[in-house]
Design a binder for this molecule. Structure first.
Ligand SMILES: Cc1cc2nc3c(=O)[nH]c(=O)nc-3n(C[C@H](O)[C@H](O)[C@H](O)COP(=O)(O)OP(=O)(O)OC[C@H]3O[C@@H](n4cnc5c(N)ncnc54)[C@H](O)[C@@H]3O)c2cc1C
Length: 261
């Protein structure tokens, strides 16, 4: 990773964000790999299909559910050729891994205590940028996210093109200005903070606000319905060795990645 001063002419330092560690038989994947969510989800879907015979249905959304003594009835909305279709399906159990705005959590009446501090936020997105190599993840300015910015991070995407993921770290007002200004504001922000007026900008693929959601449910299930997700999900699976159980029993309903928070 390269650290640059605002508008700097050369990097102040080059460092490893995460040190390389040799893989071992007990820890065969010891190192970090950064992937776009679309590619990551594609890999997970392929493994689910290949190793567990579980086909993830895209463009499919859980709308609501009803619990009974020995089953759960789920109402599901599917989009086929642009047409929305509603269907009802019956399952022994329902596990909602449906993110921070979980329909399953809300309908189960679970609380979500905690906070989403408004003063800590970043504006992030992907953009095609020419005129800068993809050798390093670079950051200009201080890595402060608490209003102390400005700073911007440009991380090359793993794709074989000019795509970069950016993070603007600045005050709430500065973030709001970029969000509402769209592509032009992103370009202006990148030029100002990096000092690289020669950069050429292509498509702005997406733009959004990142804000930490420091929250926890009061319990992980009610009757035959459970919730899973966040960081806890992976810890839970590792510790209890329930991975196979969850993968085999789960009904994989998933809406398109664009719905992701
Ligand atoms: C820009 C950004 C950067 C982040 N960086 C980090 C980081 O560095 N480290 C870290 O630990 N965490 C990070 N996070 C947070 C991390 O991504 C989340 O904690 C994690 O993805 C939560 O996983 P999840 O499985 O609970 O939910 P999600 O990953 O949100 O997955 C929920 C899935 O359910 C689907 N869904 C939602 N509603 C329905 C429905 N009704 N029916 C069917 N499907 C539905 C959604 O489409 C989505 O695919 C970051 C988040 C963002 C947005």
């Amino acid at each position: 990773m390269e650290q640059w001063a605002l508008g700097g002419k050369e990097p102040e330092r080059i460092f490893e964000m995460v040190s390389f560690v040799e893989d071992t038989p007990s820890r065969p994947y010891n190192n970090t790999l950064l992937l776009g969510q679309d590619r990551h989800e594609h890999i997970l879907r392929s493994v689910l299909e290949r190793d567990y015979g579980c086909n993830v249905e895209l463009a499919t959304e859980l709308v609501s559910f009803e619990q009974h003594a020995d089953h759960v009835e789920a109402r599901i909305s599917k989009t086929v050729n642009g047409q929305e279709m509603l269907e009802t399906a019956v399952f022994a159990y329902l596990i909602g891994a449906d993110g921070a705005r979980s329909v399953v959590r809300k309908q189960s009446g679970l609380t979500f205590l905690g906070e989403s501090p408004p003063s800590v936020s970043m504006v992030t997105g992907d953009m095609d940028i020419k005129g800068i190599d993809k050798k390093y993840w670079r950051i200009w300015g201080g890595p402060s996210t608490n209003g102390g910015g400005p700073a911007v991070s440009l991380r090359p995407c793993e794709t074989d093109d000019d795509r970069f993921n950016f993070y603007f770290m600045g005050s709430e007002e500065a973030n709001e200005k970029i969000l509402s200004g769209g592509r032009d504001a992103v370009i202006q922000g990148l030029k100002e903070i990096t000092g690289r007026t020669e950069l050429q900008f292509g498509e702005l693929v997406w733009l959004g606000l990142w804000r930490p959601n420091i929250r926890m449910v009061n319990k992980f299930g009610e009757g035959r319905v459970f919730v899973a997700g966040g960081k806890l999900f992976s810890i839970f699976l590792k510790r209890t060795k329930l991975r196979k159980f969850v993968f085999r029993r789960c009904s994989c309903a998933q809406s398109p990645p664009a719905d992701r928070e």
